[in-house]
Write a protein of this length. Structure first.
Ligand code: NAD
Length: 495
């Protein structure tokens, strides 16, 4: 059993909190203790904010071209460490090594995009926006020209609170753009898998970020709540469940902060009878069972239109049954464990609710070839699910796929739009007409045609609609630059 305590990173130094209560970090594939998370007191958040505040004046005055040099170096350092960090993610989270590497790559995309800050932050000018005649003497007695411009300026100290399911990638939706824009940052990662995030932040020192620009503090809700109400924090980025995200949004905005909260989801795929069959089956398979269903973009419900269920359901069940379940670092494994025993209990509860509410259990993840220890649940498929069933409405965050049926595209889209969430939805079809109707009427922030997961891309804004997002400006893309800066308009007249 390891007793390594994850360390905070404050003002460039590793800070060990031996007085804090701790939470064991468990390898969900083996049950072995990997480390301990210090559940520090809110005063640790105060220390981190103080360090970020102290670093802000010099960092915000550092030319943006110099700031992004740190990101260029950081990207290379991360590339050099990608294997080690992926191993950490596998050990503390449970995802397969391929999934861990893939998520790190998507994080690196965010570093690259944030390196474009010198272009993204450029302001705009409009010369001769007006002519002033009040001191009218010059410009050939016609009046004095007035020029106007808008600049983007950093906010100050920004805070990020992140979930367990992508411990390295999700923080990179936040801090690279925040610091590239001249802010300083305090991150509070999930208490379930803190080691890889700690390594991510630790490497920033090697890249030359000045002490205090990027800080990390471990803990639970009370540390997060101190950050989102701290008088010196200007903006809060949150990714996690809808219940917590709604609370964070309301609390942070009531305290006068700018906030963006990317939250939970229930994502649907519509299968049309004319769809390319293998693309539909492969796409849904990866979407439903990738990362063991622990993705905010997991496609956890399918609506089969017309007779598409006749070919889709048997093929999907067969392919799901063939997924090898096991430790994420074992050869040939396609699906790792859930993150914790609590998650396993929750997911099994959803399987039981599907059975008791009358859905047809086609593939039961409680059975089959599962490792004897660890938080494993195999791929699970329910058919004949109705929109009112719990498994069709709630986020399960596990490898459970619900198949609904509809007699028309319109009814299928209605089923999707009934959801209180709106993170993503996809359609599989060969018909441009059907695809166009879907993309114009579906209520989701991320929509896909013939893809299983319309994944976040660093260059485009990313967030859901409805209860999947609280805020205004999304993560990533130009929205991120706008979130981490504010505009200042300058009007000039030279007498
Ligand atoms: P969670 O809401 O339990 O925790 C997220 C973060 O909030 C953690 O750092 C946690 O310590 C903190 N937290 C918990 N309770 C809090 C409270 N009362 N006040 C303040 N902070 C609190 O989420 P999770 O279980 O770690 O992650 C899974 C959830 O995240 C799923 O719902 C998933 O859909 C969502 N998610 C959404 C996106 C997205 O982009 N929409 C991306 C990834 C994950």
């Amino acid at each position: 059993m390891s007793s390594q305590i994850a360390e905070h990173i404050i003002a460039g130094a590793r800070v060990r909190d031996d007085d804090a209560k701790t939470l064991p970090v468990i390898n969900p594939a083996t049950g072995a203790q990997v480390a301990l998370t210090p559940m520090s007191s809110p005063e640790m958040a105060d220390r981190a904010v103080a360090a970020a505040s102290a670093a802000y004046p010099a960092w915000s005055e550092t030319p943006v071209g110099d700031r992004v040099q740190c990101l260029f170096r950081y990207k290379q350092i991360l590339e050099n460490n990608i294997g080690d960090i992926a191993d950490m993610v596998v050990a503390e989270h449970g995802k397969t090594r391929g999934e861990a590497i893939g998520s790190l790559r998507r994080g690196i995309d965010c570093i690259e995009f944030a390196s474009a800050a010198p272009v993204l932050m450029m302001g705009r000018t409009l010369p001769q926006i007006a002519v002033s005649t009040s001191f009218c003497r010059t410009e050939d007695e016609g009046g004095i020209g007035v020029d106007s411009q808008v600049d983007r300026v950093p906010l100050g100290v920004c805070a990020g609170i992140t979930p367990f399911n992508f411990p390295v990638m999700v923080p990179m939706w936040m801090w690279p753009m925040a610091v590239a824009c001249g802010n300083t940052f305090v991150l509070k990662p999930s208490e379930l898998d803190p080691l890889s995030t700690t390594r991510e932040i630790e490497l920033a020192k090697d890249a030359g970020f000045p002490d205090g620009v990027l800080n990390l503090v471990h803990g639970g809700a009370d540390v997060a709540n101190r950050l989102i109400t701290h008088p010196d924090v200007r903006a809060v980025s949150f990714v996690g469940s809808t219940k917590v995200g709604q609370h964070v949004y309301q609390t942070a905005t009531a305290a006068g902060k700018r906030a963006q909260c990317m939250c939970g989801a229930k994502n649907f795929a519509i299968i049309m009878p004319d769809a390319n069959r293998s693309a539909a089956v492969d796409g849904v398979l990866g979407s439903a069972f990738g990362n063991t269903g622990q993705r905010c973009l997991a496609g956890s419900a399918v609506v089969c239109v017309g007779d598409s269920a006749d070919w889709f359901v048997p093929a999907l069940v067969e392919a799901a049954r063939a997924i090898k379940v096991g430790p994420g670092d074992a050869a040939g494994v396609g699906m790792g464990p859930l993150v914790s025993e609590a998650a396993k209990t929750r997911v099994i509860g959803y399987i039981e609710s599907g059975v008791s509410e009358g859905a047809t259990l086609m593939l039961d993840g409680r059975e089959g070839e599962l490792p004897l220890t660890g938080c494993f649940v195999g791929p699970t498929v329910f058919d004949h699910v109705t929109p009112s069933m719990t498994i069709a409405r709630e986020e399960i965050f596990g490898p459970v796929l619900s198949i609904l049926r509809a007699d028309s595209l319109d009814r299928a889209i209605d089923s999707v739009n009934q959801s209180e969430f709106g993170n993503m939805a996809v359609i599989f079809t060969d018909s441009g007409h059907a695809a166009r109707k879907f993309q114009r009427t579906v209520q989701a922030g991320m929509a896909g045609v013939n893809v299983g997961v319309p994944a976040p891309m660093a260059v485009f804004p990313f967030a859901g609609w409805k209860k999947s997002f609280f805020g205004d400006l999304h993560a990533n893309g130009e929205d991120a630059m706008r979130f981490y800066t504010e505009s200042r308009v300058l009007v000039t007249r030279w007498l």
